[in-house]
Design a protein around this ligand. Structure first.
Ligand SMILES: Cc1cc2nc3c(=O)[nH]c(=O)nc-3n(C[C@H](O)[C@H](O)[C@H](O)COP(=O)(O)OP(=O)(O)OC[C@H]3O[C@@H](n4cnc5c(N)ncnc54)[C@H](O)[C@@H]3O)c2cc1C
Length: 297
């Protein structure tokens, strides 16, 4: 229940100070703390035994949401509560609020951050499929001053795996502005209200001339890590918003192409049913947002 002894706690004010603190320790001995909602459970259970905690709360420039003509720039320390309450995240960005409003409970939403969720990449987390569904790019900065950008789907691996190198910090999440009329939505199903999802589905799409011009479909809750459903994306292209049969066929394709696991929470077929039903619902909601209507959730 209690953590192993921790030698040092630091609260840097800049990204370079945070990276310098990381560099003073051997690999794995110092860890960044964002909201602490996943990490501290692992520390208490001694699954992670750091000698140093680097608290990112006071680091300048890591928090906040900037909306511009190019799209969104979200600081990794931006908390769920800020995303859930942000007035400018409708339409193309609607999936962000859908996810943030239903993460855990109020305490978790007040502390947990989008960057922490992406860097932890828990099997049942909401933000990984949302980041993939929205075509997000993650900016990483290294101690030596190097920086690189990775598409969310390249950053996020299997559960608890990411492409982050030990000497890197996540410094921004960017989401491109959609061309034309766009909408996105996310919904999860868990065993109790607002619990970690057994399956979560994000759909984002663009509508031109009354039809879906492009779509991205991403699914979370998978033993293989969050996945895109390419066959469903192809099937949605050209679909008319109200065409329930076409939307259903696209989500049937998603369920068929995605490998689902059996565990204590649900069997493989049930997960496929969730992909079909949640997928159809979020596709309708994404269409509604793209065409200026109200999403039904
Ligand atoms: C009761 C409960 C219910 C929950 N329900 C849900 C749910 O329904 N949906 C859901 O998605 N999640 C849920 N969660 C998990 C929650 O979303 C966590 O907040 C999230 O997974 C981690 O975010 P954090 O800010 O707390 O990160 P932390 O726990 O502080 O850190 C997580 C990891 O990310 C690393 N890290 C953090 N920031 C950076 C950075 N900028 N650069 C590099 N590495 C970084 C840390 O070193 C650590 O390894 C729940 C958690 C609890 C306790």
């Amino acid at each position: 229940m209690y953590p192993a002894p921790i030698d040092e706690y630091v609260r840097p004010a800049t990204v370079s100070d945070a990276l310098a603190a990381l560099g003073r320790y051997d690999e794995g001995d110092a860890v960044f703390v964002a909201g602490g909602q996943s990490l501290m459970q692992a520390v208490k259970a001694r699954l992670v035994r750091p000698r140093c905690l680097i608290d990112l709360q006071a680091v300048d420039g890591l928090s906040g949401i900037d909306a511009g003509a190019d799209g969104l720039r979200i600081g990794p320390m931006t908390r769920y509560v800020e995303i859930a309450g942000h007035g400018g995240l409708g339409g193309a960005y609607g999936a962000l609020g859908d996810a943030a409003r239903h993460v855990g409970d109020r305490q978790v939403r007040n502390r947990g951050t989008m960057g922490g969720s992406l860097c932890w990449n828990y099997v049942a987390a909401c933000m990984p499929p949302v980041a993939i569904g929205l075509g997000a790019t993650l900016e990483l900065t290294a101690a030596e001053g190097g920086a690189r950008s990775l598409a969310a789907e390249d950053f996020l691996g299997g559960p608890l795996e990411t492409a982050r190198e030990e000497n890197e910090i996540l410094t921004a999440i960017t989401i491109p502005a959609a061309a034309g009329n766009a909408g996105s939505a996310y919904k999860k199903w868990g065993l109790v209200t607002d619990a970690l999802p057994v399956i979560g589905v994000c759909v984002s799409l663009e509508v031109a001339d009354g039809r879906c011009a492009a779509a991205r479909v991403a699914v979370g809750g998978l033993a293989t890590g969050p996945q895109r459903a390419g066959a469903a994306e192809a099937a949605l292209a050209g679909t008319v918003p109200g065409d329930a049969a076409a939307i259903g066929a696209a989500m049937k394709a998603a369920a068929a192409e995605i490998e689902t696991q059996q565990d204590l929470w649900a069997d493989s077929d049930y997960r496929k049913q969730l992909i079909r039903s949640l997928g159809a619902e979020v596709t309708r909601n994404a269409f509604a947002r793209a065409t200026g209507g109200e999403a039904g959730q």
